[in-house]
Write a protein that binds this ligand. Structure first.
Ligand code: ATP
Ligand code: MG
Length: 242
């Protein structure tokens, strides 16, 4: 379980988080929504310990993340995949080499084992044919799937997804959402997702929290949030939103 309690964070002169509280139970996808600049990515960075809260608690499985030393943080990051916006691939490495990176950094597997694992996740995301290609020559949807493969290659218990469908058309987005739901259902991965997209939130989320003024202003199951009369729920999940 990922749990934030009363987290506050000031960056520069702005109070970004102010009482951020939510919990992601094991095996669920929790979706964070909210206007741009409200601290969604900042919140994800607290969960992997890149940022420390000014006040409040950030826990993964009962362990306080800000109190971890370097080694504990490395151990945490081995258990946690991170899907960056646009996949954040390295252009001069092939898809296969990109996906292998976390294993080369975080594991002592031999070359053959690395290859097997990489091809297994590439198969899962439907990219086995593209293993030898380089990021500049593949589409946005393929980049995102390669990013997802890289996030999954260490067999993490948790995956943090930052805007997994930004810039993708509705059909490719839908495939990505299905893949994220499958990662939860088949691999038992617990997910924390950031998105602006109603389709993403409802197709692969279990619970949705919407941020306003540095904290979760309203939260509930996907069904509760769709039915809610709260103006934020209406704005992000109502019929007119995408
Ligand atoms: N390292 C930093 N130093 C100073 N300010 C920062 C830093 N990182 C983020 N911010 C500011 O914190 C605010 C929240 O940023 P964040 O990236 O979390 O927004 P977001 O909710 O993810 O927005 P978007 O939907 O546009 O991605 C922004 O105003 C941003 O400029
Ligand atoms: Mg962001």
């Amino acid at each position: 379980m990922i749990e934030l309690r009363d987290v506050t964070k000031r960056l520069g002169t702005r109070q970004i988080l102010e009482g951020m509280t939510f919990a992601v139970p094991k095996g669920m996808n929790y979706v964070l929504m909210g206007p741009s600049g409200t601290g969604k990515s900042v919140t994800l960075r607290h969960v992997i310990g890149i940022l420390k809260p000014d006040q409040g608690s950030v826990q993964v499985d009962g362990q306080e993340v800000p109190a971890m030393d370097r080694e504990q943080l490395m151990a945490l990051r081995r258990r946690m995949g991170y899907l960056f916006q646009n996949g954040a691939l390295i252009n001069w490495l092939s898809v296969e080499q990109n996906v292998a990176l976390p294993l080369e950094e975080h594991s002592k597997l031999g070359k053959g084992e690395v290859r097997d694992r990489v091809h297994e996740v590439l198969r899962m995301v439907g990219l086995q044919q593209a293993a030898e290609q380089f990021p500049p020559s593949i589409s946005g949807g393929m980049k995102l799937r390669a990013g997802l493969a890289r996030a999954l290659v260490t067999q993490p218990e948790y995956v943090l997804y930052d805007e997994p469908n930004a810039g993708l058309d509705p059909i490719i987005s839908h495939q990505i959402h299905q893949l994220i739901a499958e990662v939860r259902d088949r691999l038992g991965v617990t997910g924390l997702l950031v998105t602006h997209s109603r389709a993403c939130a409802t197709e692969c989320g279990d619970r949705i929290g919407i941020i306003e003024k540095g904290k979760i202003a309203i939260e509930g199951t996907v069904e509760e949030m769709i039915a809610s009369d709260h103006p934020l729920a209406k704005a992000f999940l109502g019929g007119g939103s995408d």
